[in-house]
Design a protein. Structure first.
Length: 482
């Protein structure tokens, strides 16, 4: 039997019965990577020798009667996570030789759970793009169409999963970096509630790996099934043991409902600042139809929905001001002078000049939006909406991203405007699960996101599982073995 596309849950069951060993799984995964990744370029830092040794230890542990959540399961890790003995560069050439001394807290949790790490996956320069390419490791292509991007910044992880390179992966999300690659590659991802999973060691190589509380960014799981997402989230969730973990433990509430017919869902497929393309709207409609068919209560509008235009502008202010603080940009005044004052470009450029008091004001407005979402989730259990306006787009490596554009049904929009759908969940810190929702007319994956209430991550995850039964889930590119 070929195991490359089997869910982690089924692999674990087979390991427990002795139907397969971790050594066999690992050898099969490595052979597949060596055979196919020359084209896909998802695994930028292989770690095969240590993976084989870890697999042997996992088999020995199981022979002694041990059983851990991921014991013996081959996985991958986004390049941006520190992993002792392997480079962490974030795609930045000046740091190509940086070797961290310690594992990131999430890498340590993977290893403690018994996972076998095959290697690290590719990212964009500084994690600052919707594609995954850099001058150190090159370009990761979409397994469905090599002329298109796999997404970013967790594009290497999504492409690895779609290609059968390991059963699970961990990534991060600030501007859709988990959800967009999952949408583009036809896999699953979950952006946890802000602060749910510790981020220490997921840090640029120029900075110390201290405990941190990011303003928008999270770390989270990627998989080929909804149940596998929940399995991996259980491993990742929890505060940093150096800070809040001293006194706190995570205890996520159960999903609000177990049956599809009990869910109350708001469907949103229109944004005041950017349209969703026909292929994406069709994916949203497919999910909505499945919800209605399953007896869920579905609405297409609600006065409780926070103002999406204001939310998008606020998200851009918080996103860009934070990014510029970490990666300074020159000639801001000149860029600002060139922007259309009514565009999101102008909002982004203004945010590059934010003072601390400007940020405090934006944060105050965020709290108002967050309370608006609380009110909405008193009436609804989840919101279904796009992740980006289009399926995966052709590679675009123009050196100035501000001069790139995204084509939505024949009309061009500024490249970074497509982030507004991801920001819908990111700005208020809400959990959001990316699920496959079929294929576009061109045969490209289309995903949607299920946004849930803060710290009720199990609700969108359970809804994702129920929808997987109704509309199907992951498909291997090209109809390969699954």
């Amino acid at each position: 039997m070929e195991w490359s596309f089997q869910p982690a849950e089924e692999i674990l069951a087979a390991l427990r019965t002795g139907a397969v060993t971790s050594a066999e799984l690992t050898d099969e995964a490595i052979a597949r990577i060596e055979r196919e990744d020359e084209v896909i370029n998802a695994i930028c830092v292989p770690d095969f020798d240590r993976a084989r040794a870890a697999a042997q230890r996992a088999d020995q542990a199981r022979a002694r009667g041990e059983d851990r959540p991921l014991l013996g399961v081959p996985v991958t890790v986004k390049e941006s996570y520190d992993m002792a003995g392997l480079p962490t560069t974030w795609g930045m050439p000046p740091h190509r030789d940086y070797l961290p001394a310690e594992d990131a807290v999430q890498v340590a949790r993977l290893k403690a759970a018994g996972a076998v790490v095959l290697g690290k996956t590719n990212v964009p320069l500084g994690l600052q793009d919707i594609q995954s390419f850099n001058d150190i490791y090159g370009t990761t292509v979409n397994p469905w169409d090599h002329g298109r991007t796999a997404g970013g910044s967790s594009g290497g992880s999504a492409a690895a999963l779609a290609s059968g390179f390991g059963a699970l992966s961990i990534g991060s999300d600030l501007a859709g970096s988990l959800r967009t690659p999952a949408h583009f590659c036809g896999v699953y991802a979950h952006k946890p509630t802000l602060g749910l999973a510790a981020v220490r060691g997921m840090v640029p190589p120029s900075e110390p790996a201290f405990p941190a509380e990011p303003d928008l960014a999270v770390v989270g799981p990627m998989a080929r099934t909804a149940r596998d997402l929940a399995l991996l989230l259980d491993v990742m969730a929890g505060p940093d043991p150096l800070t809040y973990g001293v006194a706190h433990r995570s205890a996520l509430p159960p999903a609000r409902h177990e049956r599809l017919r009990d869910f109350r869902v708001l469907v949103v497929d229109d944004h005041p600042l950017i349209p969703a393309g026909a292929a994406v709207r069709a994916g949203v409609r497919r999910v909505a139809d499945a919800l209605v068919g399953g007896g869920a209560r579905v609405a297409w509008r609600s006065p409780l929905l926070p103002d999406l235009a204001e939310a998008a502008k606020l998200y851009m202010e918080l996103l860009i001001s934070g990014s510029v603080a970490r990666f300074p940009i020159e000639s801001l005044e000149q860029l600002r002078a060139e922007a259309d004052d009514k565009s999101l470009d102008a909002v982004r450029l203004d945010a590059m000049l934010f003072s601390h008091s400007d940020w405090m004001e934006a944060d105050k407005r965020r709290k108002v939006h967050r309370h608006g979402w609380r009110r909405l989730f008193a009436e609804f259990d989840a919101v279904v909406c796009p992740i980006t306006p289009t399926p995966a787009f052709p590679h675009d490596h123009h050196p100035n991203p501000m001069e790139r554009h995204i084509d939505i049904d024949g009309v061009e929009y500024p490249y970074f405007d497509q982030l507004v759908w991801a920001g819908l969940a990111t700005m208020p810190g809400l959990p959001a699960t990316a699920i496959p929702a079929g294929l576009s007319p061109e045969g490209l994956p289309v995903g949607v996101q299920l946004v849930g209430p803060m710290f009720e991550d199990r609700t969108p995850l359970r809804l994702a599982e129920l929808l997987e039964r109704e509309i199907g889930g992951f498909q291997a590119p090209g109809g390969g073995v699954r």
